[in-house]
Design a protein around this ligand. Sequence first.
Ligand code: NOJ
Length: 522
Amino acid sequence: MPKSTGIISKLDYIASLGVAAIWLSPIYKSPMADFGYDISDFRDIDPLFGTLDDFKLLVAEAKSRNLGIIMDMVPNHSSDEHEWFVKSEQKIEPYTDYYFWQPAKGFDPNGAPIPPNNWLSVFGGSAWAWSELRQEFYLHQFHAKQPDFNYRNPAIVQELKDILTFWYDLGVYGFRWDAVTHMFEDPALPDEPVSGNPVDPNDYNYLKHIYTQNLPETPYTLSLYKAHTDEYSLNAGDGLHRVMMLEVWNPIEEVMQYYRNVSDFPFNFRFLTTMGAYSNGRDAENAIRGWVDNIPDNGWPNWVLGNHDISRVGSRLQLTDGAILTTLLLPGTSINYYGEELGMVDTYIPPEEVVDPAGYRDPPRTPMQWDDSQFAGFTTGPKPWLRVNDNYLTVNVAAEEAADESVLKIFRKLVALRKEPAIQFGTLHTTVVSYELVLAYAREAVNATDRSYMVVLNWSHDQTHVVNLSPGAFGAFPFEITNPTVEIRTIGSDIPYDNFDPSAFTLKPRAGCVVSFNAVRK
Ligand code: NOJ
């Protein structure tokens, strides 16, 4: 791939956003049964994306722009086309026990093998697939082409360590760890109990996953990789902290077990799991406090607005600039899915065009909208892998660069504010006013001479609210707000930048802003 193509050609744009790193969903060699999450070679790049040499160039070009490359690590499974699985199926050593193999529980009257137990796949149906060759079942908690590794085999634990080293040597800044809670299963293979959810018995949510998810061995094993990663950084002596961020969707108490020496952070999916289009300011405050109040001491917070597995935030919360305003000035790391900086929304995919094995994740995965040319500038090929959203003529990078006000411009301003001392180190205060509808949070500067910041957003769909920002107002905050200036406002909010009246701050439905001020302790 020549230097000017692919992601390399977009690095200037990504760097212009002010972000620190790019997380790439898996680009390893893969038959693409689950779009890269079925890896057939953990040490190579799929030709669809380029070559290993292209990757090295990408890392170097990114580094020269102060951008890190974060890879996706998929520890739970490989592709069934991985050499390890092919050999495991033939019982060729040392691969025989690399995967989770089990004999049939018996055979039905027609001679068909009966799976070892009732475990279900996340994508639906039994989590067991029969190998004619080996005459045993293998476990697949996702697609049948994604056989689960056997983490009770120390050889697998070591293989993964070696893979990490391979990529660290190539200069990656760390990994996003996929589906980690699935790494261990109960070896006694008990049936899982029924959850009581009113769903089809083949649906994953039909069972309570107490024997296949979040076993105590999982955080322990991840801590070995964390130690390996930290040791690598120590030996590299380059001052780089190689990041480990984990995909954990479980209830909050379980999620928090993945902090401390297990990872840098488990993803905070509160905005994805606890909120919807009609959530109000109180719900948003709960999403924020639910994380910061539960995090262990010295835990590093993070905020995820969307990803490739869930409806885009613009559709899910019906907020675009309001959503990034809500999360980007909170303490900790902010993780943003491509296109959120433009306000991209879900794309309707007709049933005959669905490509996702799970069936529902295509709408947020459609092409990045670069400009108003054919296929939004995403490809010069005959057609993109998924259709482009119809709104690409106006929602695209080029148009938003040119517009006076755009989600893109708001995103850049917010990212720039993240360098302010109050956003880096300031204390977080939250409050909700106007009948639970308006969320306000402040980042109070540690140094009274530094500017503090406040984000105010009206979550109502139809009511305008007048908020009082004058000294003495906002009773929940332990300071007075003096010399306020509007730094950023949502599109169409008509909030005046200059000469506004802090005691009667008018917020139209779904409108909000960022105000800087001097905090004076009461
Ligand atoms: C979670 C990933 O985000 C998803 O896209 C994938 O299908 C599963 N894990 C399986 O790897």
